[in-house]
Design a binder for this molecule. Structure first.
Ligand SMILES: [Zn+2]
Ligand SMILES: [Zn+2]
Length: 239
């Protein structure tokens, strides 16, 4: 089950009903969705989002500005259908780490789905698309900018391991998505596009603190007996 799935559904309905009140759209999760396998009127769109992950083994959490989301969308008037896959990431520290689902903020969900609705208008309805902000989407998650300069851990990104998704130059702001996809599939919001080329995993590991405490304890355990021995030797006149 996707975290916050009810918020994903409610937000999508609010955004699409504003634009297409007489059509009935549904959003559903499909964990097996693949790039370039669609047909029968399906269109594809992929988006880089900003989300938090937490390791279910060690509890460590991290934030990534490069969380891949793949959508398939199809209109058969008056019905529309969207399938969505959120790509997982796994902990860098645990050898047997599981892939964890991303957790998006409500602002992040608004941003992703605002871009999706824009793509639906553009590609399913062939409409001239307004600015993304006009769709009611928050273009930029307030925290995203702060995490847009780090490197992307490709070894632990499900999308990267599948080999077709994330940009090649993980640290370069000027890097381009891989040529397998047309640039039109990427969010056109300048802030999101800029950030989509970078990502940051910020580790908030409790192990660092524990290691520091261990080093200090060891230091104290060695130094105190040494001082005692030196004092004793000094008193007894050996030194
Ligand atoms: Zn872990
Ligand atoms: Zn990746």
């Amino acid at each position: 089950m996707i975290k916050n799935m009810d918020i994903w559904e409610q937000t999508f309905q609010q955004l699409i009903r504003k634009k297409k009140p007489h059509h009935r759209w549904i959003l559903e999760v499909d964990r097996n969705l693949e790039l370039n396998r669609s047909g029968h009127g399906w269109r594809q769109y992929r988006h880089l989002g900003f989300a938090r992950f937490q390791c279910s083994l060690c509890g460590r959490s991290w934030i990534s500005a490069q969380v891949m989301i793949l959508f398939w969308m199809r209109l058969q008037e008056p019905y529309g259908e969207v399938k969505m896959r959120l790509f997982a990431q796994r902990c860098q520290k645990c050898e047997t780490a599981l892939f964890e689902e991303p957790r998006f903020s409500e602002e992040g969900i608004q941003a992703v789905l605002g871009s999706l609705v824009m793509r639906i208008l553009l590609r399913c309805y062939r409409e001239n698309v307004p600015q993304e902000r006009d769709l009611g989407a928050t273009c930029e998650d307030p925290l995203r900018e702060a995490f847009s300069n780090g490197s992307h851990d490709r070894e632990n990104c499900e999308a990267c391991l599948l080999g077709v998704f994330c940009p090649r130059q993980s640290n370069s702001r000027d890097s381009k998505p891989q040529p397998v996809a047309s640039s039109a599939w990427w969010c056109s919001c300048p802030a999101l596009t800029r950030a989509s080329n970078d990502s940051t995993q910020v580790q908030q590991s409790p192990f660092k603190k524990r290691r520091l405490i261990l080093i200090i304890s060891l230091g104290v355990a060695i130094i105190i007996p040494l001082i005692v021995v030196m004092v004793v030797l000094g008193v007894t006149g050996v030194l």
